[in-house]
Design a protein around this ligand. Structure first.
Ligand code: ASN
Length: 325
């Protein structure tokens, strides 16, 4: 009989054997397998929760002329297509607002792949990936308190579901997952900065034993400035305790043309790529909305009690590392 084609061929490979072995070890790791089963339940619980709350799932945008500008030093990943520059999605912030232009859509969400080229030097170890997924949602006419309540209910629901369904997996990971009590604590960033200094998020995360909120950050131009208290912002982060840190950010949004322009200008965001979005805003097409996005891997990492985010991923992309798969 003829030998099957390809048998006996040894391709020349430049990969050291220990690299291949460590890749194999990751792909067949029992703990990671438990994490993947927990992830599947996590995604299903989120999906069910969204459906029960009439939040419509939309498909992700991967590449577009506009994406979240993220003013904290993340580099843009861009591709060129027939002389058009497309940015890979850093978050679906603007597309979420646009998806709610229709009078018939009240609330939407997306499990959205994001690319953020975080500089390796400044990325705290164990917390960052340059490719990750976030559950990004937006609700028409919602206030910041509405979104915080919604998220608290989601967290309790998802954690409870996982605790019930993934007993064996949590045991294997030696994780006693506490179910948080609602309402979660709320801190104002201006207040905690006075007590803990610039590192307030980390300090509080180390001190607290249950997820909590920090509100009022002066950062992205799309988060709404409080009209009754200029200089205060109607936004919020959900922080996991035990030092796990930030897991969600969100806010009420600027949706009026003059406010959007003013805030973009103040943040030095180049407006040219945003022309179509801005024209829609000028027509008054954007409704008032609020929303948030939370990282799937970060939530999973906290649920599983695993410090290094790479250890909850099949194909982790850690800033600065060499990627093989
Ligand atoms: N998705 C977040 C939000 O809705 C923004 C972000 O990820 N930077 O506010």
């Amino acid at each position: 009989m003829d030998q099957p084609k390809g048998k006996g061929i040894k391709p020349k490979t430049a990969l050291p054997e220990e690299v291949t072995r460590s890749l194999q070890a990751r792909l067949s790791d029992r703990r990671l397998n438990a994490v993947m089963r927990i992830q599947a339940v996590l995604l299903r619980e989120i999906d069910e929760f969204m459906r029960e709350n009439q939040v419509l799932e939309i498909m992700p945008v991967i590449a577009a002329p506009i994406t979240d500008p993220l003013t904290h030093g993340v580099l843009d990943a861009e591709i060129e297509y027939y002389s058009q520059r497309l940015k890979l999605t850093k978050s679906m912030l603007y597309h979420k607002q646009l998806a709610l232009v229709s009078e018939e859509r009240q609330a939407i969400y997306c499990v959205s792949p994001n690319i953020r080229l975080e500089p390796a030097e400044s990325s705290e170890k164990g917390r960052y990936l340059i490719e990750f997924s976030q559950v990004d949602f937006e609700i028409k006419h919602a206030t910041m308190r509405d979104i915080m309540d919604f998220m608290e209910r989601l967290v309790v629901r998802v954690f409870t579901g996982i605790k019930e369904e993934c007993r064996g997996e949590l045991q294997l990971l030696r994780r006693k997952l506490p179910i948080p009590r609602r309402p979660f604590k709320v801190y104002d960033s201006a207040e905690v900065r006075k007590v803990y200094g610039e590192d307030f998020e980390r300090e509080l995360s180390l001190k607290e034993t249950s997820p909590f909120w920090i509100t009022n950050f002066d950062r992205e131009p799309y988060d709404k400035e409080d009209p009754t208290h200029p200089g205060s912002f109607l936004n919020y982060d959900l922080i996991y305790p035990e030092g796990y840190g930030e897991g969600l950010s969100g806010g009420e949004r600027e949706y009026e043309y003059h406010r959007i322009i003013y805030r973009m200008d103040r943040s030095k965001v180049p407006v040219a790529p945003f022309t179509a979005y801005l024209e829609l805003a000028r027509m008054g097409a954007l409704p008032p909305t609020a929303g948030a996005g939370f990282g799937v891997e970060r939530m999973l990492r906290y649920i599983c009690g695993i410090r290094n985010i790479a250890d909850v991923c099949l194909f982790p992309k850690v800033p600065g590392e060499t990627f093989y798969l």
